[in-house]
Design a protein around this ligand. Structure first.
Ligand SMILES: [Zn+2]
Ligand SMILES: [Zn+2]
Length: 332
């Protein structure tokens, strides 16, 4: 039903792509991150809660058809529905049903708690196309950590010493998750990069509670903040605005890459906060779908494919999704 092409996952029966890498006629979008949502398609399809983010990222006037989670629709006779992936607000798995067969393409997903998006739901299927960003066994992290308290404690410790805190996070998804977990703790505003601030509003419009924020572009440039928290992308320190931090500040990075035993790199601190499934959750999720066949996308294809095979799952890297697979599967 799906094949891997240069433009990305393609459904021949329905003549549409999932997260195509260039403009196509029909583009089903799993979420608004730039490696999944690209300009130039004639018709976009996404879940309703992800629409504002998609427009903010690739254009307010793009043609988008939106659907509720689990609401079925059709493209050229293929039945499609979108289901929560737990990655960022509006992130979706794509369920396809055609000729008695069900495929699910996961998009990016995670199983960890996240107050800023809809929780992942395992969808039973014949074939599961899973991401594998952290598909090696050294990427395993503790679940149910109180990340909001950890970040707030770090901020307050720095504030007590009169030092500003600079937390680096990806502008879409991660930054809002930081603000979501800080919401029960923060009683003063978090200063956000303009790229973060714009997307915060898309979240708030969907009723997601975030900590109070200001936008850095609205802060008086003569102001000299002390003991405050800045939520910015990594490029921030190279911008003129970074001067307001003064000479003494602490840095931290919120990312799944902080796991894996490589330390914090050049940062003073790291928070293990991933919007992708860790090794254990990738394996668990594959098993929960009950899929007879699994394709692994992104990194870690080797380790995850090998491990799934030892568990009796018919697993392949996504490069094996070539035309003809559909008919082979039908023969089993
Ligand atoms: Zn993503
Ligand atoms: Zn991705």
């Amino acid at each position: 039903m799906l094949t891997m092409t240069k433009q990305g996952l393609f459904c021949r029966a329905g003549d549409f792509y999932i997260d195509p890498s260039r403009g196509v006629d029909h583009a089903v979008i799993t979420h608004a991150h730039s490696d999944h949502a690209r300009r130039g398609s004639r018709q976009y399809y996404c879940v309703r809660s992800g629409e504002a983010l998609l427009r903010a990222r690739i254009g307010q006037n793009i043609p988008v058809k939106t659907f509720a989670f689990a609401e079925p629709f059709e493209i050229n006779g293929v039945k499609i529905s979108l289901h929560p992936a737990g990655h960022i607000l509006g992130s979706s798995q794509v369920r396809l049903e055609y000729a008695g067969e069900v495929w699910v393409a996961s998009g990016d997903y995670k199983r960890d708690r996240d107050p800023t998006c809809e929780p992942f739901e395992p969808i039973p299927c014949d074939v599961f196309v899973t991401e594998g960003t952290f598909g090696t066994p050294n990427y395993v992290w503790e679940k149910d950590m109180d990340l909001g308290k950890q970040i707030h404690d770090w901020w307050m410790r720095n504030a007590a010493r009169g030092v500003n805190s600079v937390l680096f996070a990806y502008s879409l998804g991660k930054a809002q998750r930081v603000l979501g977990v800080l919401e029960p703790f923060a009683d003063r505003p978090v200063h956000c990069d303009p790229s973060v601030a714009e997307l915060n509003e898309c979240y708030r419009e969907q009723g997601i509670a975030l900590a109070p924020t200001t936008c850095l572009s609205e802060l008086d440039s003569d102001r000299r903040p002390v003991g405050e928290l800045f939520l910015v992308p990594q490029s921030f320190l190279k911008t003129p605005r970074a001067r307001m931090l003064g000479p003494r500040y602490e840095t931290a990075f919120a990312s799944g890459w902080m796991a894996g035993g490589r330390g914090f790199g050049s940062y003073n601190k790291g928070f293990v906060m991933s919007d992708h499934a860790d090794w254990n959750d990738l394996v668990r999720t594959v098993l929960e779908t009950g899929a007879k066949r699994v394709y692994v996308q992104h990194r870690g294809k080797g380790a995850l494919v090998k491990h799934l095979r030892t568990l009796g799952v018919d697993a392949y890297p996504d490069s094996d999704m070539v035309p003809g697979e559909m008919f082979q599967l039908a023969l089993f």
